[in-house]
Structure formats: C-alpha cells, structure tokens
Ligand binder design. Structure first.
Ligand code: DAT
Ligand code: MG
Length: 152
C-alpha cells in the first residue's frame, strides 16, 4: 500500500473550543504521523488559493471570512492511505450526516463549523501541501531516524 501525505487544518472553531488536542489525537490514534505543523492566522490570499475550487459558490465569502478570522493549526499528516483515512476519521462535511464516531459527527456543530479540513484526493493533497508548507518544514522520518542512529 502507498504511503501518502495529506493536508489537515484544525479550523478556528476547533481551536477556539479547545478541541485541538482531541482532534490531533484522533488522527494519531489512527496511525497518521505529523510531518509538519504550524499554528497561524491565514492570509486572505492563501485562503482564496486553498478554496479555489469553490469560486462562485454562495458560501465562499463566509467561509473565507471564517477561516481567516483567527488562528488555526495547519498540519501535514503521513501514513498508508493517509488521504482516505483522514477523510474517514473526519466524517462527512455536514456533521449531521457524518458517520457516528467521526470527528465531525461527534464534535461538529454545523456545515460551516465542522472543525477540520482534509485534502479530498491524490490531486488536491500535493497541491494543498505545497500551498501551506515549504518542503524544508516537513520531516523525512526515514532520513531523520537514520541520521540520529548514525550520530548517536
Ligand atoms: P469538505 O471540507 O468536507 O471537503 P467542501 O470542500 O465541500 O467540504 O467545502 C469546504 C468547506 O466549505 C466545508 O468544510 C464547509 C464549507 N461549506 C461547504 N458547503 C457549505 C454550505 N452549503 N454552507 C456553508 N458552508 C459550507
Ligand atoms: Mg473539500
């Protein structure tokens, strides 16, 4: 099976409600590893690029206002089938329709306040990761471990 990387955003509603650790923990418990993370207030231009696929949709202006309103935690997670696994762990966009046990079903309040973003496929994941992170901000676990073993 293929090891993949996916972009996860713990959105401002999750941060404000004190759910950052709970959400990160759920991804970690499913075996996904953190290869990059930053806590940041998002610039409007980055938010527009990130949500470019939604241009023309009525909810986009509100979504951009919300995502830029206060800091969020942006992360790159890695693992076998990470993209699909993360989407499953998050649950469907609408918390009311998300599978029980998923982050959005258990903790989400509404379609707009659904706590988390995750890349939706093999095309969007690398595009989104490149938007949010420089390659130098990401860990290569294999190389890092080997280097440590050599130096210790
Ligand atoms: P997802 O975040 O599950 O990939 P999406 O890409 O369709 O969902 O939409 C991006 C975000 O936009 C979503 O997490 C919340 C918001 N959104 C989507 N549809 C919406 C709607 N009908 N009303 C309000 N916000 C919406
Ligand atoms: Mg999406």
């Amino acid at each position: 099976m293929a090891v993949e990387r996916t972009l996860i955003l713990v959105k401002p509603d999750a941060v404000q409600r004190g759910l950052t650790g709970e959400i990160l923990s759920r991804f970690e418990k499913r075996g996904l590893k953190i290869v990059g993370a930053k806590f940041m207030r998002v610039e409007r231009t980055l938010a527009e690029q990130h949500y470019a696929e939604h241009v023309g949709k009525p909810f986009l202006p509100g979504l951009l206002d919300f995502i830029t309103s206060s800091p969020l935690l942006a992360m790159v997670l890695e693992g076998e089938r990470a993209i699909e696994l993360a989407r499953q762990t998050m649950g469907a966009t609408d918390p009311g329709k998300a599978a029980p046990g998923s982050i959005r079903a258990d903790l989400g309040l509404s379609v707009g306040l659904n706590l988390v973003h995750g890349s939706d496929g093999p095309e969007s994941a690398p595009r989104e990761i490149a938007l949010w992170f420089d390659e130098s901000e990401l860990i290569d676990y294999k190389q890092a471990t080997e280097q440590w073993l050599i130096e210790s």
